[in-house]
Design a protein around this ligand. Structure first.
Ligand code: ADP
Ligand code: MG
Length: 673
């Protein structure tokens, strides 16, 4: 007896819907992607009850003929690919031909569409209930497509039960729309929730070159978030090896389409400056060929790139666009197309980390690394409004040059570059640029009657409010401007004054950063960091697992001045430490090293990371001078900090310096608002 049967179309669609349509946000995603693929210039999204009772997406894109309007509701019907080979290089958002029939099978669905290219003023309307076509009729409509999805999962009660609160579902929708809006600044987006206008994002002029697109992205960020944020510009290009078929035996023969040995790799966008981070990945927006993606490798690469500029357990804030040969990335590994796989994952990861590192270094050193890697920064959200152009509220940086003590003056490097031509930088802790030159005019905030509301989650909004664009030419970074010593408070915080305002320095954080870099420099030059024999060597016994782990790290530890050697099965002898380290409790010190190394090994993989982790941990044990340092010592501290590659954070990513400029002070004292 034959027991196998082909499933009815409707059931097959519902099964597909189970994968593609998880929740109302998936409906919004699929419909908006279709609008974008149809070259819409304006997309309007309306939802009711978190998208459960209604999702409506209206676009002014290409539209469809009557035949296409019917065909698009069939499973595996798509205009975007034709052959299997096309899967190797997908340039559209959609390609699976599954979304519309899936959505239509689990909702009450109306498609209204009119072909842009046709002369007829008449469009087509198709009504579907739970996958069954109820009616097809002619309907007058503007060119473009409107899809209305009501009562999602009405015929799948189990599914409906899994939906979360309206607020949560709305938040998911808004999150996706944010991604779409960031990827397509040239498209105007309107978002309405329960009859309330949430966003009205005007279309931003953009072009094909990265400079123009950065400007457009910056403007879109500002329209989306309104608030100010300290961001650095990333623009990094490299050559990458072509996707290699040998790596993946199932890959389609892409190398034949792509005979050259290398393909371009480009990463551009904005990242938070040191000190800007979040406790979740929520403000981490990553796109691959304009598609918002999740990819563990990219997440790691970001952390790797930030390295010591990010606190443990914190995540970067970024909006980054990775552009690579579509043949070098597989987008067909997830039904909702959320994840991607790179054919050369390790290389992508390395290049992304490098791009981030370069942007951070450029920021720290205060000069653009290459012609295209710029770094600028802006302050927190409290200063959403730019200072009016020409407002004479601040003394200029240059005017105070002669006043500061020689010992604290900046290194011979020219401190005051002509701001007009050279993109100068500022450090990331102060809100608004004080330079009210020609740039201030250009940066008037977008004032729209319906400014976006921030994302509903504000768990740690105090630390970081959503991103906003930096100025094209930020002011001079803090350590490049003259600083005058005022005093020390709490035996820890050094109070300094610049011509921009107040500066506080965390003595310990600064000390750790300096030691960390000196240690690594020594290592680089002499292959051995300084070490001092202990008068009383100590033995440390560890658990078997920790012991075997530590055994592998011994060479790196020795190179960094931590004299540890095997002294039995699970016992080690600690007989030397870097001169500035005092470890009264040897066992705790060693255990901490083991823990940190293990944690780092899980999170990241980088050749030099082991050394960096050791150095970081060792520096934490640096002798802490609790007596207030005297003037000369303090001057040396600032001077040493100036010479660091990444002076603005300690090796654990905490800030070393905080700046409060006159504007902020005036605000706090109610002199301005
Ligand atoms: P896919 O996007 O993977 O091709 P879909 O089921 O989402 O599959 O859509 C099927 C087809 O319907 C698309 O390939 C496209 O030709 C057409 N289509 C869907 N939405 C729109 C739209 N908003 N405007 C124009 N054409 C559309
Ligand atoms: Mg689609």
């Amino acid at each position: 007896m034959n027991r196998i049967r082909l499933l009815p179309e409707q059931v097959a669609n519902q099964i597909a819907a189970g994968e593609v349509i998880e929740r109302p946000a998936s409906v919004v995603k699929e419909l908006v992607e279709n609008s974008l693929d149809a070259q819409a210039a304006r997309v309007t999204v309306e939802i009711q009850a978190g998208g459960r009772s209604l999702v409506r997406v209206v676009d002014d894109g290409l539209g469809m003929s009557r035949d296409d309007a019917l065909l698009c509701l069939e499973r595996h019907a798509t205009s975007k690919i034709r052959r299997a080979e096309d899967l190797a290089a997908i340039a559209t958002m959609g390609f699976r031909g599954e979304a519309l029939p899936s959505i239509a099978s689990v909702s009450r669905f109306t498609l209204t569409t009119r072909e842009r290219a046709s002369d007829s003023p008449e469009g087509t309307q198709v009504l579907i209930g739970g996958g069954k076509i109820l009616e097809v009729k002619a309907a007058g409509s503007a060119p473009g497509t409107t899809v209305e999805v009501r009562q999602l999962f009405f015929n799948l009660p189990a599914r409906r039960k899994f939906l979360r609160t309206e607020a949560t579902e709305s938040a998911h929708i808004q999150h996706y729309l944010t991604l779409a809006a960031l990827a397509y600044p040239e498209v105007a987006f309107t978002f309405q929730r329960d009859g309330r206008l949430i966003w009205q994002l005007p279309a931003v002029k953009t072009g094909s070159d990265v400079a123009t697109r950065l400007t457009a992205l910056r403007e879109r960020l500002r329209a989306l978030y309104g608030a100010e944020q300290k961001l650095l510009t990333v623009d990094y290009s490299a050559e990458m090896l072509s996707p290699d078929d040998l790596e993946d035996p199932t890959a389609t023969p892409s190398s034949t389409l792509n005979p050259q040995p290398s393909t371009p790799f480009r990463l551009w966008g904005f990242i938070g400056s040191p000190g800007v981070s979040r406790s979740t990945r929520e403000d981490q927006h990553l796109f691959v060929n304009r598609r918002p993606v999740e990819n563990r490798g990219l997440n790691f690469a970001l952390l790797e790139g930030y390295h010591t500029a990010l606190m443990k357990g914190r995540y970067p804030v970024c909006c980054l666009f990775l552009e690579i040969d579509p043949a070098a990335v597989d987008v067909n590994i997830h039904p909702a197309k959320r994840e991607v796989r790179f054919h050369r994952e390790a290389e992508v990861r390395r290049l992304v980390a490098q791009a981030i590192r370069q942007a951070l270094l450029a920021f720290h050193t205060g000069k653009p690394e290459s012609g295209s890697t710029k770094a600028t920064a802006r302050g927190p959200s409290s200063a959403a409004v730019e200072p009016a152009a020409g407002k004479p509220d601040q003394p200029t940086e240059q005017s105070a040059l002669p006043n500061f003590p020689a010992a604290l003056s900046p290194a011979p490097a020219p401190p005051a570059k002509p701001a007009a031509q050279q993109p100068t930088l500022r450090m990331g802790f102060s809100p608004t640029p004080l330079t009210s030159g020609p740039t201030a005019n250009r940066q008037s905030p977008i004032s729209s009657p319906a400014l976006p509301t921030p994302a509903p989650d504000a768990t740690d909004a105090t630390h970081v409010t959503p991103v906003t664009p930096p100025s094209p030419s930020g002011p001079v970074p803090l350590l490049k401007v003259p600083l005058r010593l005022v005093g020390v408070i709490g035996r820890l915080y050094v109070v300094l004054e610049s011509d921009r305002g107040l500066v506080l320095l965390d003595q310990h954080a600064a000390h750790e950063r300096i030691l960390f870099e000196q240690m690594l420099n020594r290592l680089e030059q002499h292959d051995q960091a300084p070490s001092q024999r202990l008068l009383l060597p100590e033995t440390v016994e560890l658990a078997a697992r920790d012991a075997s782990f530590l055994r592998e790290q011994l060479p790196a530890l020795t190179r960094l001045g931590v004299g540890l050697s095997e002294f039995g099965e699970r016992t080690f002898l600690l007989d030397a430490l870097p001169p500035f380290v005092k470890a009264p409790d040897a066992r705790r010190f060693v255990l901490e090293l083991v823990d940190e190394l293990k944690a780092a090994g899980r999170e990241l993989n980088s050749l030099r990371l082991g050394e960096h982790t050791v150095a970081k941990t060792v520096c934490r044990h640096a002798v802490k001078a609790n007596d207030p340092l005297a003037g000369r010592e303090l001057e040396n501290l600032v001077e040493d900090l100036r010479h660091c590659a990444m002076p603005y954070t300690c090796p654990h990513g905490r800030p070393t310096l905080i700046e409060m400029n006159f504007r902020e002070l005036e605000k706090k004292f109610g002199r301005t608002q």
